[in-house]
Design a protein. Structure first.
Lengths: 408, 196, 482
């Protein structure tokens, strides 16, 4: 067996990536021309909403790769080591996608449009008892601070973890050194996880997404968002693993590893459904008008088609298709399911973002899909670049051999 | 079931057992059973055993549970006796999900365990022979089935040559019977003598 | 050399000392086959006395009614629901360890899963007592079952979270029992085949169901364990979720909040692991099983405790934040007056909860603390006190000041019979645990053997050559051999 350690980005891959990015840019321009530049604030909001949905979604999805690394590091996992560099490469998108997302968020926050974030309208807040009560949290200064601080912290800590991983590429460690190395990794992973739990699992979704429906609140919201983006993140990792396998890289990754990734997709789809159900059922059951306003347009109103389609894609499809052992070991099925899951949770974000301001009619999703393709291209390009920069095998990691003879 | 003749050999290391199983099969002998004190991954494949379809049974039990729960509750609360609970519709599906889920799991678990016990013939007071009492401790016991054509001495030396220890000929009852382990059942000994 | 299994030397061994398969059997069967020690008898008798007092307390309650507990207000739930939720929570660690950790292939689970599962079953038994005896007219308890009756038939209210509880707890008990017992079969067979005495042969012979350990049976057994683990994992989550629904489906401030399900589950795992620590720190010492339940096991479980404690902490803070953010007066009052305010009648309980559940487990960030047995034992007790108070805080502080201020009652003082009932469940729990530790192997023998050659001390030491090997050379060798 020969091991191809250095990944060379195929020309066609980058071609596709750039084409997608161009499509994305053109869509953004088109969307700006038809909506963003209009007088009507709701039409403007439609433009910004599309950027918000896509940038936040894809940022959280690529960031989930770093969460995957840190969680497995803390849990002393060994099996994922054979494709560790893939997760690292995906997480390397965070600084760029994060910057784009941060700029978009700040533009929405400080721009003149108040349809998406009602609370940015200081005149309106003065007359709104609830929003003025919340002003201590929902204000532009705090929003900007949290947004910038979060994206910077994710980028820095992710960079640190990747650097740690590459630092031993040339130097095999003995057992004592390995123990120290693992300890160092554990400490940084713990720092990342703490930051993650204070941002993704609590404050950030409240600010970026939940404040679109500024009067409404749900304590589950952040954990729900986390589950949604984590399962999509695992699906993205799977896609890149399959892609590299198809190009005859990652010799040490086989269907045993694929099986485990499939299990993750299956389990976290069920977990997402569990959180979805808990949130939905409790609000449905208590039937308090202040809370049901959120689900009214989504489950029963004009968005109900998307809402239930999203539910079928994200729950029933993984449950029924990925349950079988054979399905999780089949490259075609797993690829199909990974694509479906990424699309399903993108739809989930669509219905999280738009009903808050596009109340009269469902915006045409084709535009948003074009924007999404732009982000897909960007992630392809950035991940491919990161993959080619360091060896594909973290060959000196203390747990790598466990991954080599991994059996499910 | 009847008493039959077997040749048994003991193994103490998986690394010896695996090649031995392969050689026995290649040598044309029929493996009656391999008894091990703990599960050894891949041994079933090495022995050429079919994969179990217990999973499929579990899935069927599970959907039976789901259907039972949804069907029964729907009938009870929308057809048989309608009651307005808190202004909810009679067909209040979200509120039934918890019980539906519990019954799904209950049916699947109970059904599978019963199926497992049935397939493996496990029940209180069931007795079975497993050739060597140390096979639940530290010994892997490979059991060859003997037919009329089997040359005992040849088979025994073959088993020895591939690493088997304490190779013996044993006459054992192949099926299960009801009894207690503290009482030795004389009737099988008599049968065994008859088979000599 | 082709390896069947391999584990990095960086990981501490899970079985210490120079062991082979036979030695494992000997070590774990020894406490079962030896005469009970004096310590065992003392503990057992104390437990039985507690149980006896519990039975007396319950008898008094059944004869005279729940008024005997001082329970005389419509909104008061006494200690019962707190005790119930507390015990159910404790009953979550066992199945979590055996099911979720099986799916995650955590080798360290083998040392502790058997005892933890047993503990789960006993804890659920204790939990079940509270709703049953709290009914007052306990002879009508069968009314909770949906059976065709002469009242219509009037079916039970399938829309009620309390009925979901009936299904959840009974399913959980049944499935846990099946999971535990199917795992026990091979080990009971080991005991049966080692037995010298007549009654042992008879008892373990019946209990082992005629297990032989044939490959086909192991294959089915493995499949069964995996599927049961797959079923139990969502089941564990569902049980405490449904318990949380008891509160969260209501419109009571402090109860109706969407984060309750996952947060209750995290709390349950948290308290369950604490109880496992309490039991195992003692068990390993008394039964001489330190080489199987190693400091590493304690260390890892303490990591789970700090993780789940922190998740619970995030949930507490989320709730607190949302109470403010909601801008609802009632939510604000429930959290900032009834709970957070130390000077309010029950404010102290909130701070006990915060201190025991969120702050004190943070010392487990340090390895010195995680591997210290005295600290572990002390912390495990503290966590369980904290988790009792968590349920107390949720239940009491949300309802003791109802919407009608004239109904505001401050203090509820339980009588000896209610306290006795609670103590009685401890008696039940420990009586069962003592019997279990005497008659059943407290460690899964077959599963320890399964990981021995990968994680055993003496086998790991032999891996030096492999450990030093270059990864690519190693991979090539493995690929060549297969």
């Amino acid at each position: 067996m020969t091991i191809r350690e250095n990944y060379v980005v195929p020309k066609r891959f980058n071609m596709i990536a750039f084409t997608l990015m161009v499509i994305g840019l053109l869509t953004i321009v088109g969307l700006y021309a038809t909506h963003g530049s209009k007088e009507d604030p709701i039409a403007q909001a439609r433009f910004w909403g599309s950027l918000l949905q896509n940038s936040v979604y894809f940022l959280l999805v690529v960031n989930a790769a770093m969460f995957f690394i840190c969680a497995t590091t803390l849990a002393w996992g060994g099996w994922q080591m054979s494709f560790r560099r893939v997760t690292e490469a995906i997480s390397a998108c965070v600084p760029v996608v994060g910057t784009i997302c941060g700029v978009i968020l700040l533009l929405i926050c400080f721009g003149g449009n108040h349809e998406i974030f009602h609370w940015t309208d200081t005149e309106h807040v003065k007359h709104d008892k609830i929003l003025s009560f919340k002003a201590g949290f929902l204000n532009k200064g705090f929003f900007a601070f949290m947004t910038v601080a979060t994206i910077v912290l994710w980028s820095l800590l992710g960079w640190k973890m990747r650097k740690l991983s590459r630092s031993i590429d040339e130097t095999p460690l003995n057992v004592e050194e390995s123990k120290k190395y693992i300890w160092k990794n554990t400490v940084w992973a713990a720092v990342y996880i703490i930051v993650f739990s204070l941002t993704v699992m609590s404050s950030i979704p409240w600010l970026w997404l939940m404040s679109i429906d500024a009067h409404w609140y749900s304590t589950m919201y952040s954990w729900y968002t986390f589950a949604s983006t984590f399962v999509a993140g695992v699906a993205l990792i799977t896609l890149f693993v399959v892609f590299l396998k198809n190009n005859n890289y990652l010799e040490l990754t086989n269907e045993e590893h694929l099986h485990d990734l499939g299990k993750f997709m299956f389990a976290f789809s069920v977990f997402w459904t569990y959180l979805w159900f808990s949130q939905f059922m409790l609000i449905w059951y208590a039937n308090i008008p202040e809370e049901t306003t959120y689900f009214k347009p989504r489950a029963q109103g004009i968005y109900s088609g998307i809402f239930w389609l999203m539910f079928i894609i994200n729950f029933l499809a993984p449950l029924l298709i990925l349950m079988r052992r054979g399905a999780k070991r089949n490259y075609t099925t797993v690829t199909f399911m990974a694509l479906l899951i990424i699309f399903g949770h993108w739809l989930d974000f669509f219905q999280m973002v738009f009903p808050g301001h596009q109340k009269d009619k469902v915006p045409m999703m084709l535009w948003d899909f074009g924007v999404a393709l732009g982000f897909v291209g960007l992630i392809m390009f950035l991940t491919g670049r990161a993959l080619s920069k360091s060896p594909l095998l973290a060959k000196n990691h203390p747990f790598i051999k466990e991954s080599v003879i991994h059996h499910t | 079931m009847a008493v039959q003749k077997f040749i048994t050999g003991n193994f103490y290391d998986e690394a010896v057992l695996f090649p031995a199983v392969k050689k026995v099969r290649r040598g044309g002998y029929k493996i009656h059973e391999v008894f091990t004190p703990f599960p050894i991954h891949g041994l079933d494949k090495a022995m050429g055993l079919r994969d179990t379809s217990l999973h499929t049974a579990g899935f069927i039990y599970a959907i039976t549970g789901t259907a039972t729960a949804v069907g029964f509750i729907t009938w009870a609360l929308t057809v048989d006796w309608q009651i307005n609970f808190g202004g909810k519709p009679f067909f209040a599906l979200p509120a039934w999900i918890p019980i539906t889920f519990e019954l799904t799991v209950l049916f699947a678990a109970v059904g599978m365990v019963l199926t497992f016990c049935y397939l493996c013939q496990l029940a209180p007071f069931v007795r079975k022979d497993h050739f060597n009492l140390r096979s639940t401790d530290d010994t892997f016991v490979l059991v060859l089935e003997c037919t009329d054509k089997t040359n005992d001495a040849e088979a025994m030396s073959f088993l020895q040559s591939i690493g088997g220890q304490d190779v013996q000929v044993q006459y054992k009852e192949t099926g299960w019977w009801l009894g207690r382990y503290d009482k030795d059942t004389k009737r099988f000994e008599r049968k065994a003598e008859a088979a000599h | 050399m082709s390896l069947l299994r391999y584990e990095s030397q960086v990981r501490p061994a899970l079985v210490e000392g120079d062991k082979d398969y036979h030695q494992v059997t000997e070590d774990i069967c020894r406490p079962v086959e030896a005469r009970p020690s004096k310590l065992w008898w003392i503990g057992f008798i104390i437990s039985v006395l507690f149980l006896a007092f519990g039975i007396l307390s319950v008898t008094v309650e059944v004869i005279y009614g729940t008024g005997q507990w001082n329970l005389n207000k419509t909104i008061g739930w006494g200690w019962d629901i707190t005790n119930f939720v507390w015990w159910v929570g404790i009953g979550h660690a066992g199945t979590l360890i055996s099911a979720i950790l099986l799916l995650f292939r955590q080798g360290w689970r083998t040392g502790v899963n058997r005892a933890a599962e047993a503990m789960t079953i006993f804890a659920v038994m204790c939990a079940g007592q509270f709703p049953i005896w709290h009914m007052g007219r306990v002879w009508n308890a069968f009314f909770v079952l949906p059976y065709p009756n002469t009242r219509g038939p009037l079916w039970v209210n399938f829309n009620s979270p309390l009925l979901w509880d009936v299904f959840a707890i009974s399913t959980y008990f049944t499935v846990s029992l099946l999971f535990w017992y199917s795992g026990l079969l091979p080990d009971l067979a080991t005991l049966r085949d080692r037995a010298k005495k007549k009654w042992r042969k008879a008892f373990y012979g019946v209990a082992a169901f005629g297990w032989t350990g044939s490959t086909k049976h192991w294959q089915r057994h493995e499949a069964l364990s995996l599927v049961l683990a797959g079923l139990s994992t969502p089941l564990v989550l569902s049980v405490h979720t449904i318990v949380s629904f008891d509160f969260a489906t209501s419109v009571v401030p402090g109860w109706h909040t969407t984060i309750f399900p996952p947060y209750f589950v995290a709390g349950a795992i948290f308290s369950g692991f604490a109880m496992v620590q309490t039991l195992l720190v003692v068990t390993r010492k008394v039964l001489g099983l330190e080489e199987y339940i190693t400091i590493e096991h304690i260390n890892v479980m303490n990591k789970v405790i700090v993780l789940t404690g922190s998740i619970v902490g995030i949930a507490y803070l989320t709730e607190l934040f949302m109470a403010w953010y909601s801008a609802v007066d009632y939510e604000n009052f429930a959290f900032f007056e009834n709970r957070l305010n130390l000077n309010s009648p029950y404010g102290w309980s909130y701070w006990i909860m915060m201190g025991c559940n969120v702050l004190s487990p943070q010392i487990f960030w340090f390895k010195k603390m995680r591997t210290n047995l005295v600290v572990t034992f002390f912390m495990s007790i503290l966590v369980n006190i904290g988790m009792w108070f968590e349920r107390f805080v949720i239940i009491v502080t949300s309802v003791y000041r109802d919407y009608l201020p004239s109904a505001w009652s401050t203090y509820y003082t339980p009588t000896i019979w209610e306290v006795g009932f609670y103590m009685g469940t401890f008696g039940l729990f420990f009586t069962c645990y003592f019997l279990f530790s005497k008659f059943f192997p407290v460690i899964a023998i077959a599963e320890i053997k399964h990981i021995l050659k990968r994680s055993g001390d003496n086998y790991k030491e032999k891996m030096d050559v492999v450990e030093k090997e270059d990864t690519i050379v190693f991979a090539e060798k493995q690929a060549h051999d297969h």
